[in-house]
Design a protein around this ligand. Structure first.
Ligand SMILES: O=P(O)(O)OC[C@@]1(O)O[C@H](CO)[C@@H](O)[C@@H]1O
Ligand SMILES: [Mn+2]
Length: 404
């Protein structure tokens, strides 16, 4: 007994020391950020450190200032990504808390506080599945459009945007869709439908129709993405769905592999028939290989997606195998368009800056001031009545690019 006691005490002490070291790393980071210090190279041994430091050199050349760019002088996208990478380093370098997800509690709370909405969505979906075989093409299209909108508005639930404040989905996600249509600034759902229907018609035995979902936030948004993915398979619009998550805790609520598996387990073990039915089916899809989960390092680098072919050619080649890439959320939109202040009417295709691995669609609520592909006068008109329209999360886009 005595040996076990000393072992536990030793572990406890190791944990306390590690926590103290992590906290000192984090307060150093906060001080640099608050006092506008130069952005410094990463000094950890993590696999992506070299790529981050190469990117810092690139930023230094851009700013050609002495000592390199400071926090306030650097592009927002860069230093925001860098901040989350430094937070990760503060934990990852201090075993035994190196795998601790500092955002886990907030993500779990968001999930539990969205239970009503999760129940409503799972119930709706399981009822839909009961007679999905009897639906005609028009009805299938309507259901796809509903679930695309639920996935779009699920993107409002984002803890980095709410700065940790409650951002769970309170109302039933299916009730308010009709009166939210005017807030969809670009609505390319018809284009998605015809792409999927044509892909299905062209689909031969050997070639599968594959849809990829580049995930964003855990919690309710993830459940809405999983329901959408299940619908794509159950309606036979797609044969396989590939999910892309984050390999480290990111932007507070972004989905990690742990979040993905934890959410499916939570549904499975829920004491609600339709929730557990969903969870059981989803675990089955993963076991059968018709659902695939990946978390490539590229998604948590600072690079725009226009440099993916060069920086992560394996990921780019994988995405080229897809029939349709669904990019969720605002951060992905910023990386798709290089986070530039485009004229609102610049075509989305142009803003993608040659990033065309496959036909793609952004499902994004606007939380940052970059938007392309609007109609003449559309942005200015909203600006006049609602100056915060680009950053308040009230507006969204379902914006498609057909690739080359
Ligand atoms: O990608 P998400 O989850 O939709 O939104 C993330 C995000 O909007 O939150 C941050 C603060 O607003 C932005 O920098 C970032 O783009
Ligand atoms: Mn996010």
């Amino acid at each position: 007994m005595f040996r076990i006691g000393t072992f536990v005490l030793h572990l406890f002490q190791k944990g306390v020391e590690a926590e103290k070291r992590a906290i000192s790393f984090l307060s150093k980071l906060r001080n640099e950020l608050q006092t506008d210090k130069p952005v410094t190279p990463l000094e950890d041994e993590l696999p992506d450190a070299a790529l981050w430091n190469q990117y810092l050199d690139y930023q230094r050349n851009l700013s050609n200032g002495n000592g390199g760019p400071s926090w306030f002088q650097s592009p927002w996208l860069y230093v925001e990504c860098y901040m989350y990478r430094r937070i990760h380093a503060a934990l990852a370098q201090n075993p035994p808390i190196d795998n601790f997800d500092v955002f886990k509690e907030g993500k779990a709370q968001n999930f539990f506080e969205s239970q009503e909405a999760v129940i409503a969505l799972c119930t709706y979906f399981q009822e839909l599945l009961k007679n999905i075989k009897d639906l005609d093409e028009k009805q299938l299209q309507e259901e796809l459009f509903k679930l695309l909108q639920v996935s779009l508005w699920g993107n409002k639930c984002d803890l980095s945007f709410s700065a940790g404040e409650d951002s769970s989905q309170k109302s039933s996600p299916l009730q308010s869709l009709e009166n939210m249509i005017p807030y969809i600034l670009v609505n390319d759902m018809e284009k998605l439908w015809s792409l999927l229907v044509n892909a299905k018609k062209r689909n031969t035995e050997k070639s599968n129709v594959r849809v990829d979902i580049i995930l964003d936030n855990a919690g309710f948004e993830l459940v809405s993405d999983l329901v959408l993915a299940d619908f794509l398979l159950s309606s036979k619009l797609a044969d396989e769905v590939h999910f892309h998550g984050k390999s480290i805790p990111w932007y507070v609520s972004d989905t990690t592999k742990h979040d993905f598996n934890w959410t499916i387990k939570q549904l499975q073990s829920a004491n609600h028939m339709w929730m557990s039915r969903c969870g059981i089916n989803w675990e089955g899809n993963l076991k059968k290989g018709v659902w695939v989960y990946r978390d490539h390092m590229f998604w948590t680098l600072p690079h725009d997606f226009s440099s993916m072919a060069e920086v992560a050619p394996d990921l780019y080649a994988d995405l080229q195998k897809s029939n349709l890439l669904l990019f969720k959320g605002d951060l992905n939109y910023r990386k798709l368009t290089g986070d530039r202040k485009w004229e609102y009417t610049v075509p989305f295709h142009q803003a993608l800056n040659k990033f065309h691995p496959a036909p793609l669609c952004s499902l994004r609520t606007l939380k940052s001031d970059t938007q392309a592909g609007l109609k003449p006068g559309q942005g200015e008109q909203i600006q006049a009545s609602e100056p915060e329209w680009m950053v308040n999360g009230k507006y969204g886009v379902v914006q498609f690019d057909a690739a080359l």
